[in-house]
Design a protein around this ligand. Structure first.
Ligand code: IPM
Ligand code: MG
Length: 374
């Protein structure tokens, strides 16, 4: 069954790493016959330069008619003026909202071969396997009013943190569903001792937990979570939280494995479909897949960026949007293989260790894929 994938490379190193992810998908497709079609679109700073908007209509049309989106990264110093009316990040935020990509999955699992790269002690980091699910289309990122204005005491600004019970319920339910295939534990994170929105979050999370008693459940306050994440990260399985807490905690969590260059993410929406894979009917979810790292303008165009997070994002795309679990695992095994072989891009190499380029790393993954069975 054919599948259309929208490829939005974006800015900085985005296009370089996305190209390697697409090349891996093509290589896999040639052997596994997934029927993948790719179409490129613009988003972020490059779209501002070409169209005056971070998310042109043509890109929105493209993603709407696609089965999944592979994204690189957006932003860069060129578009960073705080007074600018259009900003690259708006493209990403509008896309999340327009496509209702309400659940952002960010796994944190250090690779054994690289635990030494973490700034934390090896005994703290080894064996960590966390999935953070960040609510992505609500909360303070989107609440209205959000504005700057002149008040009685001079300049003032307001942002609004609003959640409806339905928004909380659907993302917490997803956390329970995903915990079931893992270590069977959900930690819900809020600031219920201060915020009304968090008290509603805790209430609704508790209601969902009561319907899923086979899964262990706990609530934690976000400040405590920030601490436990680096003192005892092994104790967590699925962590679910609201938009901004999730933004902050996932950057913190990304430091556990030592490099952001290895972490993929999936943003899943409400649009579901059925796909036939190997004669079997399977559920698929529309989603957007991107590495957690940013556009890294300092190394853009130098061919040294680590493409593995983008390649692992492609594995996520296969898993969730194409229901092609076997193909996803083949990519993950190929990535683990090249790391075990000792291949290192600049972000992973220790002083004195040889470094491979972006394209060399991508080629090594494809070579491993070619070695595996079709
Ligand atoms: C992320 C990023 C974005 C966010 C920015 C680029 C708008 O930090 O995906 O975590 O805050 O959500
Ligand atoms: Mg962030």
């Amino acid at each position: 069954m054919a599948a259309k994938i929208a490829v939005l490379g974006g800015d900085g190193i985005g296009p370089e790493v996305t190209a390697e992810a697409v090349a891996c998908l093509r290589a896999l497709d040639r052997r596994a016959g997934l029927g993948l079609e790719f179409e490129e679109g613009q988003i972020g700073g490059c779209a501002i330069d070409a169209h005056g908007t971070a998310l042109p209509d043509s890109t929105l049309r493209l993603v709407r008619e696609s089965d999944a989106v592979l994204l690189g990264a957006v932003g860069g110093p060129k578009w960073d003026d705080p007074k600018a009316v259009v900003r690259p990040e708006q493209g990403l935020l509008t896309l999340r909202r327009e496509l209702e990509l309400f659940a952002n999955l960010r796994p944190v699992k250090p690779v054994d071969a690289l635990v030494g790269a973490s700034t934390l002690k090896e005994e703290v980091v080894r064996g960590v396997d966390i999935l953070v699910i960040r609510e992505l289309t609500g909360g303070i990122y989107f609440g209205k009013p959000s504005e700057r204005r002149d008040g009685p005491h001079g300049r003032e600004a307001v942002d609004t943190l609003l959640y409806t019970e339905g928004e909380i319920q659907r993302v917490v339910e997803m956390a329970f569903d995903l915990a079931r295939g893992r270590k069977n534990k959900v930690t819900s994170v809020d600031k219920a001792n201060v915020l009304s929105s968090s008290r509603l979050w805790r209430e609704v999370a508790g209601e969902v937990a009561a319907k899923n008693e086979d899964v262990a459940f706990e609530n934690l306050l976000v400040d405590a979570m920030a601490m436990h994440l680096i003192s005892r990260p092994r104790d967590f399985d699925v962590i679910v939280t609201e938009n901004m807490f999730g933004d902050i905690l996932t950057d913190e969590a990304a430091m556990l494995p030592g490099s952001m260059g290895l972490l993929p993410s999936a943003s899943l929406g409400t649009r579901r479909s059925e796909r036939t894979v190997n004669g079997e009917k399977r559920a698929a979810i529309f989603g957007l897949y991107e590495p957690i790292h940013g556009s890294a303008p300092d190394i853009a165009g130098k061919g040294v960026a680590n493409p593995l997070a983008a390649i692992l994002s492609a594995a996520f795309l296969l898993r969730y949007s194409l229901a092609a679990e076997e193909a996803a695992q083949r990519i993950e095994a190929a990535v683990a293989g090249v790391l075990a072989d000792g291949l290192r891009t600049g972000d992973l190499a220790r002083p004195g260790e040889p470094r491979v380029s972006t394209t060399e790393m991508g080629a090594a993954v494809r070579e491993r894929l070619a070695r595996g069975a079709a």
